[in-house]
Ligand binder design. Structure first.
Ligand code: IVH
Length: 679
């Protein structure tokens, strides 16, 4: 084969482009501080690809173009690890961790304390990366610890994996070990797209990472949001590494690897326990899944003295957090009817401890989800509960399906009122068509009306609403204001005193605001923010009730769908009668000031983080929104201010990095008072 001779200036240009692109990757993935705009990066990449196409000799293993994915393989080659990839022993409580520390100290002739490196245990896939003379030669999975699979082509596509080490004096051979994982946000986005496209969705970020790395076609891997975090070394030849684990990781960081920002050195086991506790509290807020903390004796000479047993080192221990996924049995499926008639299948489960609580119900979302899971009653299912998210059934263990497993039959009539259940084409939810005839919808409508952000009727809890409706004492929201003391006091578990308290609360709730009243009506797609925008735009209820869909679309954040729901709602005779009845009963509000002058924080975006003491977070949010600010859940360059209370973590750090003004609760209250809010 002949190839074009490469002119010197082309070779130089290719070299320059390597450096520019490598630096950009490092800034982006390791420093989290990109300097090269994306478009610029893409142009340089294309220039290099063109050069390499013209002069194939310029293509080298460490060229940034080699990340984009290579031709599919038929299978992965086997790789033998020179140094076995071990696993870790687990501890599940403080005592077991103290036990570990005691064993370590016993073997080291009882020093008072041993220093430990503390690192989050990332929930991903262990990887070995072999660098020869600073260039990535091979990437392999852990496999059984001795033999893994060669997934070099796939790993090359991951931006945070350096194809070449950054400094000159690098070891002749360096094996870096770490975890490849999928951040939560990337996972959510990937599944969202898969769901829209009707493709297979992944049950959790770990499975998604594993599935992405197992692709024979690395072009698929290249499109997956994977990251690498380095946590150790294997083989090293031709260089001396530092004598402390944390110092080795810092050296890896200088060579171009990401290491965990939460890594810390603890002076003794008490500090380790404290760290485990603190990270446990931060767990939900971290951008990636962790399943525990790894503690490692920090001194390498001490690690050598301690050595290994079987498959795990004596110098390290994983202290696990409560699992977020557990297996249990699906006992039954019930169908709940929501405020808008949505019929939701709810899994009744054999109670199981997962994510720190006992779970006996989980949502199955809708019919499509049931089909996708292929789940039957009696199946063993995997239930996931991460943070405050409602528990989900994520998969079925088909091999454990009992003989008598039953199909789940989606009802075609409402289980509460018997009206037909209807599905709109293109919409996954099925709805009961009974409207307010359906007592389930009525109950939900009343509960919503009474809720804190709506009419804020103290003491009218869900149970009481159920009782009132079931006893036939309450048929509509306006009926609330006609309840008598006798009626209420006559209910089970209700006395004269609590009946009077409820009537007082009902009386107080009549003095409301237009946004709260609109929100309380429970119009589809009208949340607090939309209710506020509608109120501010129209000033009072009358003009809003008369508004056409076109007029409604002039309101901030109101599109054709919401405009349609609003107009449709006010056209219903029933809704008009209810509003009339509520006003007759004495519900009233002050007209809103229209326009923007009364909104000193209009156009601003605020973030609340950490614990607030005087206010709750939702109160803080409400005040800010009243002043016209948007309240966001995460800090970005668009954030105008951050209110940080005790315990604030990554959001606070990010705000500081971006130099966004940060105030504490005291200063926040002062600002609110300055803007005329009485606290
Ligand atoms: S150290 C001999 N550090 O946990 C030391 N492992 O059960 C072995 N893992 O397969 C690993 N985060 O995939 C270490 N900061 C961390 C880790 C970590 C996650 C995984 C790793 C390994 C498994 C051990």
């Amino acid at each position: 084969m002949t190839s074009n001779k490469v002119p010197v200036e082309k070779r130089q240009r290719a070299q320059e482009l390597h450096e520019i692109l490598q630096r950009a990757n490092y800034q982006y993935y390791v420093l989290d501080a990109p300097e090269l705009p994306d478009a610029e990066y893409d142009r340089r990449m294309r220039e290099l690809q063109d050069l390499e196409a013209e002069y194939p000799e310029l293509v080298s293993a460490d060229s940034p173009t080699q990340r984009v994915g290579a031709a599919p393989l038929t299978e992965f080659a086997e790789v033998r690890h020179q140094i076995p990839m071990l696993s870790l022993d687990n501890a599940f409580d403080d005592d077991e961790l103290r036990e570990f520390d005691r064993r370590v100290r016993d073997r080291l002739n009882n020093p008072d304390a041993v220093e430990y490196a503390c690192e989050p245990k990332l929930d991903g896939i262990a990887i070995s990366l072999l660098y020869r003379d600073g260039v990535l030669e091979r990437a392999a999975t852990r496999g059984d610890g001795t033999t893994g699979e060669d997934i070099t082509q796939n790993v090359r596509t991951i931006g945070s994996v350096p194809l070449r080490l950054r400094e000159q004096n690098v070891p002749a051979v360096l094996e870096v070990r770490g975890e490849i994982y999928m951040p939560k946000a990337g996972f959510a986005e990937l599944n969202e797209k898969a769901r829209e496209a009707g493709e297979k969705i992944f049950v959790n970020p770990r499975n998604a990472a594993a599935g992405s790395l197992r692709q024979l076609d690395s072009r698929v891997t290249a499109r997956r949001p994977l990251e690498l975090c380095a946590y150790g070394v294997g083989q090293v030849e031709g260089a001396e590494l530092p004598e402390q684990h944390t110092a080795i990781l810092e050296q890896l960081n200088r060579w171009g690897f990401r290491i965990n920002k939460e890594m810390l050195v603890a002076n003794d086991i008490d500090a380790c326990i404290e760290y485990h506790q603190r990270l446990g509290e931060k767990r939900e807020g971290l951008p990636y899944d962790i399943d525990g903390i790894v503690f490692k004796v920090n001194s390498i000479p001490l690690q050598r003295r301690l050595g290994f047993v079987a498959r795990a080192p004596r110098w390290a221990m994983a202290y696990k957090f409560p699992a977020q996924e557990e297996m249990t049995e699906l006992l039954d499926v019930e169908f709940q009817v929501g405020r808008t008639g949505a019929v939701t299948p709810v899994a009744r489960l054999k109670p199981v401890f997962v994510g720190g609580v006992t779970v006996s119900n989980a949502t199955l979302h809708n019919r499509d989800e049931i089909n996708r899971l292929g789940v039957k009653i009696g199946d063993s299912v995997v239930v996931r509960r991460a943070g405050d998210v409602i528990p989900q059934v994520v998969s079925v263990v088909e091999s454990k399906r009992p003989q008598n497993a039953r199909e789940i039959v989606f009802p075609d009539h409402c289980p509460v009122c018997g009206s037909p259940v209807e599905s709109t084409p293109g919409e996954a939810v099925a709805r009961c068509s009974g409207g307010l005839i359906c007592s389930a919808q009525r109950k939900q409508a009343i509960k919503h009306f009474a809720s804190r952000k709506a009419m804020d009727i103290d003491g009218l809890g869900d149970k009481l609403v159920d009782q009132l409706v079931d006893e036939g004492l309450l048929h509509s929201v306006s009926g609330l204001y006609h309840l008598t003391r006798e009626e209420v006091a006559g209910l089970e578990r209700m006395g004269e005193k609590s009946a009077q308290n409820l009537l007082d609360a009902l009386q107080r709730s009549k003095d409301t605001t237009l946004p709260k009243f609109l929100y309380a009506l429970g119009i589809r797609e009208v949340g607090e923010a939309t209710a506020r925008n509608l109120a501010r735009h129209f000033g009072d209820l009358e003009p809003l009730m008369q508004a056409s869909e076109e007029a409604l679309q002039e309101v901030e954040d109101v599109g054709p769908v919401v405009a349609h729901f609003v107009a449709e709602f006010f056209q219903q005779t029933h809704a008009q009668e209810e509003i009339e009845a509520l006003c007759q009963a004495g519900v009233h509000w002050e007209p809103e000031e229209t326009g923007g002058e009364s909104q000193p924080l209009a156009g601003q975006t605020w973030v609340l983080t950490g614990k607030l003491e005087t206010l709750s977070r939702s109160e803080g949010k409400e005040y800010l929104q009243r002043l016209g600010a948007k309240v966001a859940g995460s800090v970005s360059a668009k954030t105008d201010a951050v209110v940080a209370g005790p315990g604030a973590g990554s959001k606070l750090n990010k705000a500081r990095d971006l130099e966004i003004p940060v105030i504490d609760e005291e200063q926040f209250l002062e600002q609110l008072r300055d803007h005329g809010i009485e606290i």
